[in-house]
Design a protein around this ligand. Structure first.
Ligand code: DAH
Length: 339
């Protein structure tokens, strides 16, 4: 009888399983209600008294070995499954990694930066939350100036001196306060206006501001710089400067590019004229220079400002400004680009 038990112990020790099912079948065979161990326990009363002790010890040894075996096998099989859970099937071919796309606003912004950096402009930035001085007063827009109304401003309720900047011209002021001429800088950034949202306007959009201050800077320099820019960005080589008004420049102008009248879309977007307005510009008003501690008798300069959304809409024929902010992947994925 004891020999039989020892054979079982050897068998249990040698047992191995590939699946939980096999372990369960093994457990039932030895430890189940009608299993081998219970058979041995049942035959206990037939064992002669002098052998009872040795028999009992042998049966207990078999029970312990079987229980340990079952627990061990369960543990290793579970471990294996966890490994699979984390790493999956390691022999499978890899999944392709999709290349993302930059946002069209970033692409166009980077294009503009690149064009101006090629002619010596650096990039400067300023805060989106501004004070009255940098957004208005220093730019020749004192309190009660009617032109303040043109820019529907978001004020911070608790402090009427603090607002969300309505244009990136505020960065001009900051830059001039902190740097001496010659200055050649462009300032891209987000701006905010309390405007109704439609296909053509939004309350949050982006601008790029340009500023050039040095000795003897003239209006001709401004025109030539903008002509270079429009040629590079749009491939169009005809521009016109229409007289306009901005408080911070004198004289001021609106820049139009000749888009052409080749397609129906050209007719529609230029309203049949062939011309498209793309930015505002002018010679920096002497008052603005004074406000920034630059002597207007020694230095002069020009400035310009454009909306990035407008430029991106023209370049990529986007009909609705809201597309930029909806994060629709079908729209965004069309802009896979190296910029
Ligand atoms: N700040 C103007 C706007 O938001 C744009 C602008 C016009 C900027 C003329 C300039 C400029 O620097 O000279 O509408």
């Amino acid at each position: 009888m004891i020999d039989k038990i020892n054979t079982h112990i050897a068998e249990v020790k040698a047992f191995n399983a590939e699946s939980k099912k096999e372990v369960e079948a093994f457990r039932i065979k030895y430890l189940g209600k009608k299993g081998i161990l219970n058979d041995f326990f049942a035959s206990f009363k037939e064992v002669p008294n002098d052998q009872k002790k040795a028999f009992g010890q042998a049966v207990n040894a078999l029970k312990n070995t079987a229980e340990t075996k079952v627990a061990e096998l369960k543990e290793t099989l579970e471990g294996k499954q966890e490994e699979k859970g984390i790493y999956g099937d390691l022999s499978k071919p890899g999944e392709p990694i999709e290349i993302g796309a930059r946002h069209p606003i970033s692409i166009v912004k980077n294009q503009i930066i690149e064009i101006f950096s090629n002619i010596g402009f650096n990039v400067s930035e300023g805060p989106e939350m501004e004070d009255d001085w940098h957004n208005f007063t220093a730019l020749n827009l004192p309190e009660y100036h009617p032109a303040r109304d043109m820019q529907d401003t978001f004020f911070i309720q608790t402090d009427p001196d603090i607002l969300l900047r309505t244009h990136t011209s505020s960065v001009q002021v900051r830059y001039m306060e902190n740097n001496k001429p010659p200055i050649r800088t462009i300032s891209p950034g987000r701006v905010f206006r309390n405007e109704a949202i439609s296909s053509r306007s939004h309350c949050i959009f982006h601008q790029v501001e340009g500023l050039y201050i040095d000795k003897d800077v003239s209006f001709a320099d401004l025109k030539q710089t903008l002509l270079y820019f429009t040629k590079q960005l749009f491939g169009k080589s005809k521009i016109r400067l229409r007289p306009s008004y901005f408080p911070f420049t004198e004289p001021s102008a609106e820049v139009d590019i000749y888009w052409g009248l080749e397609t129906e879309t050209d007719y529609r977007i230029t309203k049949g004229t062939g011309w498209l307005e793309i930015m505002g510009c002018g010679m920096v008003d002497p008052n603005v220079l004074k406000n920034c501690d630059i002597d207007p008798t020694e230095y002069s300069g020009f400035a310009f400002g454009m909306g990035i959304e407008r430029i991106a809409m023209l370049l990529h024929q986007i009909g609705d400004i809201r597309m930029f902010y909806e994060n629709d992947l079908r729209f965004l994925e069309q802009f896979k680009s190296s910029f």
